[in-house]
Design a protein around this ligand. Sequence first.
Ligand SMILES: Nc1nc2c(ncn2[C@@H]2O[C@H](COP(=O)(O)OP(=O)(O)O)[C@@H](O)[C@H]2O)c(=O)[nH]1
Ligand SMILES: [Mg+2]
Ligand SMILES: [Zn+2]
Length: 338
Amino acid sequence: MTQRRLTERQRERIQRLQEQRRERAGRRLDALDRAGLGPEQMGLIIAHHGQTSIVETDDRRLYRCVARQNLGRLACGDRVIWQASGAEEGVIVALGERRSLLARPDAGGQARPVAANLDAVVVVLAPEPTHSEDLIDRYLVAIAAIGVPGLLVLNKLDLLDAAALAVLHQQLEPYRRIGYPLLLTSSHTAHGLDELRAGLRDRVSLLVGQSGVGKSSLIKALLPDREIRIQALSALTGQGVHTTTTSMLYHLPDGGDLIDTPGVRGFELGEISLDDLDRGFPDLAPYLGRCRFSDCRHEVEPGCAVRVAAAHGAIAPRRLGSYRRLRAALQAAPRGWN
Ligand SMILES: Nc1nc2c(ncn2[C@@H]2O[C@H](COP(=O)(O)OP(=O)(O)O)[C@@H](O)[C@H]2O)c(=O)[nH]1
Ligand SMILES: [Mg+2]
Ligand SMILES: [Zn+2]
């Protein structure tokens, strides 16, 4: 996703609209306070859109909630303390600790939380549309920056004959060697779906990948009651829930949750630090910091431990090339250098 540049006037307009919205929400809250609220209880945000969060209780009842002003921005997957204000409505009064957070810049360049408390991110690949290895590396860097494990899924296995599969296997084998599990699936033949279910069990996961690789098809195959969930949300909000714009958390039948955030196909590397970049390259990690110069770019500098390792075959040359390109891109990016 490219960063949209806004004129000063557009930015002011957006700010004004947001203030007005906050004021309206504040007035609603004042009215609720006068009416009295139920006891504080724990809940999970399973959908989030604009000023409204859908909070689910432990016994899986859903409430349409507004949040108190001082909580900052909330995200799908957030644990919250909330109080009922009606049969289907409530007020979020506190935000629980986040063990991980995926954020992206909004139109105004502010970091906007997209999904909280992720345990894993699944990168979906397919023979069609094709991907570059650099793209996979970018995904893995972004995932390492969130601090969660990544998993590679090669979908549309049904489209591959033995020779084509061997080529992709060879391309993806280095990732398996550095610790990223690789699953082969087909949402059409259901091949590998049991393995994928097992990989997603008892954790909160997010699927990412280029448009057309089959993410929605996989989610549908994994979630038989997806439509029921969407209908329940529509009934609660009094309007159609647009899965193209609303992030949603689904419970997997075998345990574990899947967060579907339609906006996340790729990641912005602009938010990523050099440390994050290094974390995304566990194959380079043993050598980084061993170069003669502490600011070594691992290009032409003498005494470069990374280049020596690559020359001895300990680092795949392609991965080193990708690391160099990403490092150069980070240094060129105005924001991401922290
Ligand atoms: N042959 C084949 N086609 C698939 C498979 N999974 C998805 N597709 C097709 O790929 C296209 C894109 O799928 P979709 O789930 O919308 O991809 P998304 O953009 O990643 O959500 C659709 O035409 C699907 O029918 C698969 O396992 N095998
Ligand atoms: Mg889709
Ligand atoms: Zn070096």
